[in-house]
Structures are given as C-alpha cells and as structure tokens.
Design a binder for this molecule. Structure first.
Ligand SMILES: [Mg+2]
Length: 229
C-alpha cells in the first residue's frame, strides 16, 4: 500500500509531523512534537463530536466544528494532555471516498481548530468494515470501534497513562472501545448520531469505567481538569 497523499498536508513549520498507513492499513498520524509522553490522554471521536455529523464526511467544505470542540482541545493542550482522535471511517472501506479525501478533510478540521488555538496530537482512522471492499472487508477488525485497536495505538505512541484517560464519543461503541482500552471513563455526547440509534450494549454495570452522558462536547471541558487533578 502506498503512502496516502493529500493536497493540504505536510510538515507544519517547526513541528515534526508524519502520517502513514500501518501494516493493518490503519491511518496513524503524530502531529505535534510538543506532545508530552506519560500523561493521561483525551481520546476523541471525530464525527458528531468534533465536527457535525453529516454522514460520511469527506469534503473539506462540509467540515463544521461543533461549538466547544476547540475549547476542550485547547484546555488539553494547556494541561499537557495529549488529544488523540480515533475515528471509524467506514466510507473508505465501502468505497464512498478515499484516503486523499480523508486527508483533505482532516487538513480543513486541523485548520479550523488552529484558528481557535487548538491542536490535535495524534489521529487514528480505521477504514475496515464488514462487507467492505478488499482489503477493507473485515467482520470484526481489531482497530474498528467498539474494538480498542486505535486506542491501543495512541497509548503506545504517546506512552499514555491509560487509567487516567477519557474518551468522548457519540456512540456506545466509543464507550465500549474506551472501556476495552482500559480508560478511566467516557463522555457520551448527544450532539452526533443520536440516542435512538445507539448500539444497545454498553460497559457492564460493575465496570470501573465511569460513563457520563452530556449534551455535547461543550459540556465536556471540565474533564480535562479532572484528569490532571
Ligand atoms: Mg461519531
């Protein structure tokens, strides 16, 4: 598999950034040389959490930040809490769009966040989906949420203090992935896919995983202070 290429990406001045598809064809990207290792991490789903859910977002002009997204990311940046995006991108596996579209859309999102002084430290994207086109058709790929493969990649890359880390997502699958990845807890936002179509199964009640439901990422900012307490 060749390296994905997009029109708007490349090294940010003074920052050592790189992205590649790993041996499981998962997009792996470290963006911020200022990222501090050994810290709790803030894992964020993308669609419905950072940007409006539009269904297979893949064009830069459709990317619109959800109010509060830049604020929590900025707060994490200030607290030396790495921000790690973990996003299922089934549209790639289904052949609806390609990595170049993903790359261009990501560049737009990073640009919008940068205008608000917010920087994402790492991005992981999983193209695999049951029934997807080869080589992306997998019934239960370990990187596709609710599996924790992308979270594990972030933990490894940034030596994340997993027991103090949280995830913000709009699907129960995000919470299950966070639980399976050993995170401390998850914030389930109502700003994305919506409660009515969420997966039914969640973390077991006896789990130490702390799950809270909030309206949107705008109500999640306090978690950063809690993480570094
Ligand atoms: Mg989502």
């Amino acid at each position: 598999m060749s390296m994905p290429a997009g029109p708007d990406t490349g090294p940010v001045e003074g920052v050592d950034t790189s992205h590649f598809l790993d041996d499981e064809l998962v997009w792996c990207e470290l963006r911020r040389s200022a990222a501090v290792r050994g810290r709790p991490g803030l894992f964020l789903d993308r669609d419905g959490v950072i940007v409006r859910e539009v269904g297979y977002l893949h064009t830069p002009r459709e990317a619109e930040l959800i109010p509060g997204a830049a604020e929590i990311i900025r707060a994490a940046n200030a607290a030396d809490v790495p921000v790690i995006v973990v996003t299922n991108q089934a549209g790639i596996g289904r052949g609806i769009f390609g990595w170049a579209d993903f790359d261009a859309t990501q560049a737009r999102i990073h640009d919008l966040l940068a205008r608000d002084g917010a920087e994402i430290d790492a991005v992981y994207a999983c193209p695999h989906i049951p029934g997807g086109h080869a080589p992306y058709g997998h019934d239960t790929h370990p990187a596709r949420k609710p599996n924790p493969g992308m979270i594990h990649r972030g933990i490894d890359a940034l030596a994340i203090d997993v027991g103090r880390s949280w995830i913000v997502g709009d699907r129960m699958g995000d919470m299950i992935a966070g639980h399976a990845g050993g995170l401390r807890g998850g914030l389930l936002v109502d700003s994305g896919i919506g409660t009515t179509v969420r997966d039914a199964a969640g973390p077991a009640p006896e789990s130490p995983f702390d799950m809270r439901v909030v309206a949107s990422i705008a109500d999640a900012a306090g978690i950063v202070a809690e993480m570094v307490d």
